[in-house]
Design a protein around this ligand. Structure first.
Ligand SMILES: NC(=O)c1ccc[n+]([C@@H]2O[C@H](COP(=O)([O-])OP(=O)(O)OC[C@H]3O[C@@H](n4cnc5c(N)ncnc54)[C@H](O)[C@@H]3O)[C@@H](O)[C@H]2O)c1
Length: 274
């Protein structure tokens, strides 16, 4: 059975990468997709491509760090289409580096988009879905929402919060007919790494340390994510590293943290400055 046919779905951060692939796959499966991004031109392109392949999609500019933008898109979608079945809170950015180099503005930007964006999107959609008695909220976290990673404190904090938020809401929402999933990918080949910022770190070296074979494509990520959503799973890991490292952290945290300390020592060599 195609769970997504004729359903109404909003996707944030949908102009590129995982969000774009989710929109394309939802469009292929017959959903009506509201493609939203802070990059309105990119969102338009994604929506036009879905339409060109016979799907239904509309592009809207939404900055997830602005509560009114998120509230408006949810209200507008419901008033135009009469329902909201899926809310994919997917937009995210990374500003990494050692804590001693991160400033408050870096923290605010990461938390505003990666965490507040999810809270705004989930809260607005939840009001609608509780009234409807159905709906599914899907938040994109990361494998580092499941275990710690050095030199990424702001991003890891936000993603852990997204996992905790999603799990708590999953339990709370079940009795009201609303489902919640949280997607935890490892390495997805998108613009994410190019667009991320690392303060006082040699970024080219950092990115070149990730070998090409570890990446999954955004399309594969979307397929795995939608399979998990269809099965109403809470935590949907994407990629072998997400599953393995999460397992390692749960079963042998001491061993896991030892490995991370060795990794941190290697990363510190990429530090620029004193
Ligand atoms: N790529 C990976 O390896 C990876 C791994 C784990 C988790 N993730 C998470 O997946 C999600 C999508 O990442 P991606 O890999 O597709 O990256 P991406 O950079 O390709 O896409 C992110 C999209 O978010 C949009 N965006 C940025 N700020 C926004 C804002 N304030 N409001 C609305 N949209 C905004 C960007 O314009 C972009 O289109 C993010 O939450 C990211 O943290 C990515």
């Amino acid at each position: 059975m195609n769970l997504f046919k004729d359903k109404v779905a909003i996707v944030t951060g949908a102009a590129s990468g995982i969000g774009q692939a989710l929109c394309e796959e939802l469009g292929r499966r017959g959903a009506l997709v509201i493609v939203t991004d802070i990059n309105s031109e990119g969102a338009e392109k994604v929506a036009s491509a879905i339409q060109a392949h016979g799907g239904r999609a509309t592009a809207r500019e939404v900055d997830v760090s602005k509560e009114e933008d998120v509230q408006n898109i949810v209200e507008r979608t419901v008033s135009e289409h009469g329902r909201l079945d899926f809310m994919f809170n997917n937009a995210g950015i990374d500003i990494g580096g050692e804590l001693r180099d991160l400033r408050t503005e870096h923290w605010r930007r990461v938390i505003d988009i990666n965490l507040w964006g999810v809270i705004y999107g989930s809260s607005a959609a939840y009001q609608v879905m509780v009234k409807q008695g159905y709906g599914h909220i899907v938040n994109t976290a990361s494998m580092v929402g499941l275990f710690p990673l050095p030199m990424e404190t702001a991003y890891v904090t936000a993603k852990h919060a997204v996992v905790g938020f999603s799990g708590s809401l999953y339990i709370e929402a079940a009795a009201l007919g609303v489902h919640v999933s949280v997607i935890c990918p490892d390495f997805v080949k998108s613009s994410f790494y190019k667009d991320s910022k690392h303060i006082n770190v040699d970024e080219a070296q950092l990115i070149s340390q990730i070998p090409d074979f570890v990446y999954v494509s955004p399309q594969r990520c979307a397929l795995i994510a939608l399979r998990g959503v269809a099965r109403k799973k809470l935590i949907v890991t994407v990629g072998i590293f997400s599953k393995l490292l999460w397992g390692l952290y749960r079963y042998t945290p001491t061993f896991f943290l030892l490995g991370q300390r060795i990794y941190a020592r290697r990363l510190r060599r990429l530090r620029i400055g004193p």
